[in-house]
Write a protein that binds this ligand. Structure first.
Ligand SMILES: Cc1ncc(COP(=O)(O)O)c(C=O)c1O
Length: 383
């Protein structure tokens, strides 16, 4: 049975060209990039080429890019180093951030005496910028604002250019979790007043367990992982050379095909939304209608007998979808994002997330499978 994968916000399939680059590196470039001999220098050259590709893709200089193990580490690094090394003693964030931001902030509050304020979000999960201005104006503490570019569960986009300007006016630092948008949107750090941003290769058809952080060169921080002198002393440990090379290749190809793939995926999303509304007139579309990730469609279905088994029944039918963020699936608590935007809790929220590998027939099949699982006649509650 051909499977339909609609969980691309959790992770994406690796592009074949990326696998090729990685396999070539695994087989042939086995030197340690810190070694001075030929094999070491070959690995170093690959690493630095990857850094250049990533830096130039976001308009950064190569000295501003550090490789990490992914989005979680990059976000931890930004928040924790800003507190430890840059004198930050107050963080403003929102309650709809990814858990790696929310839990890092909890830790900083508990162990580093950092004040934490949460900016209000509207019914679409978008940060209230007037509230942000008023929070920033209410204290002279050295503040870091951490607001995500796109929400990984409902897709809502924040206007990071305006947030950057507000931070500049109030002399606050700005970190944005850009894990869902790197490789999917053109991002230029010269057009946004931003101090830290984060990327994870597996969200843009690269390998898992590798990512990067952009740190604006005016922010001088100390090592996040102590050890050797790797990553210009900022992160000890021998670099994951093949994955880093794969990440750069994935980003390069993603950006080269951005327009075409964006158009294709946007069409799929719009098609699915329309089709689902035709089958289920009472669904709620979560997220901002005008300003949302083209890769994510989050839908809440009215209460139904089969709601609790829906993901499993879809999986059995060959369709992979998640209820929200991959890290919280399996937990009984439900989504903190859906709770925050006030969608009725007896509705079942499903995140469909697309890639350029999906087709219209994937969408047709998914909608008709949903139609038969959730048909009124199979709902004992309403029968
Ligand atoms: C918005 C956002 N931030 C951070 C992360 C964590 O990234 P990683 O899985 O690479 O650690 C994710 C992944 O789910 C994400 O969607």
């Amino acid at each position: 049975m051909k499977r339909i994968y609609l969980d691309n916000a959790a992770t994406t399939a690796i592009r074949p060209e990326v696998t090729e680059v990685m396999m070539d590196c695994i087989k042939n470039i086995y030197g340690n990039p810190s070694s001075l001999h030929t094999e070491g220098r070959q690995a170093r050259a690959l690493l630095e080429r990857a850094r250049k590709v990533i830096a130039s893709s976001i308009g950064a200089s190569i000295g501003e890019i550090f490789f990490t193990s992914g989005g979680t580490e990059s976000n931890n690094m930004a928040l924790k180093c800003a507190v430890r090394d840059l004198g930050v003693n107050r963080i403003i964030t929102s309650k709809v951030e990814h858990h790696c931001v929310l839990h890092s902030v909890d830790t900083l509050k508990a162990f580093n005496n950092v004040d934490v304020d949460y900016v209000n979000v509207d019914a679409h999960g978008r940060a209230d910028l007037n509230h942000l201005r008023s929070l920033l104006g209410s204290s002279d503490k050295k503040t870091l604002v951490s607001l995500m570019h796109a929400n990984n569960e409902i897709g809502t986009l924040n206007d990071i250019a305006t947030i950057g300007e507000i931070c500049k006016e109030h002399k606050a630092l700005f970190h944005s979790d850009t894990v869902q948008t790197i490789g999917h949107y053109p991002i230029n750090v010269n057009a946004v007043n931003i101090n830290f941003l984060s990327g994870a290769a597996h969200k843009f058809h690269g390998p898992k367990g590798v990512g990067f952080i952009y740190i604006k060169n005016t922010n001088i921080i100390k090592p996040f992982i102590d050890g050797g002198a790797q990553e210009r002393n900022m992160r000890g440990g021998t670099e994951n050379v093949s994955s880093i090379a794969g990440m750069a290749e994935a980003l390069k190809i993603g950006l080269e095909n951005l327009e075409e793939e964006t158009r294709h995926i946007t069409d799929l999303k719009n098609y699915m939304e329309k089709k689902l509304k035709g089958i289920f007139p009472d669904i709620i579309i979560n997220g901002c209608p005008e300003d949302s990730l083209y890769t994510v469609l989050n839908v809440s279905f009215p209460p139904h007998e089969k709601s609790e088994m829906l993901l499993m029944l879809l999986d059995i039918s060959g369709i992979s979808i998640s209820g929200g963020s991959a890290c919280s699936s399996g937990s009984e608590k439900g989504s903190h994002v859906i709770q925050e935007i006030g969608t009725p809790t007896d509705y079942k929220s499903i995140r469909f997330s697309f890639s350029h590998y999906n087709t219209l027939s994937d969408i047709d099949e998914t909608c008709s499978t949903l139609g038969s699982i959730l048909s009124p006649s199979s709902n004992l509650k309403t029968a």
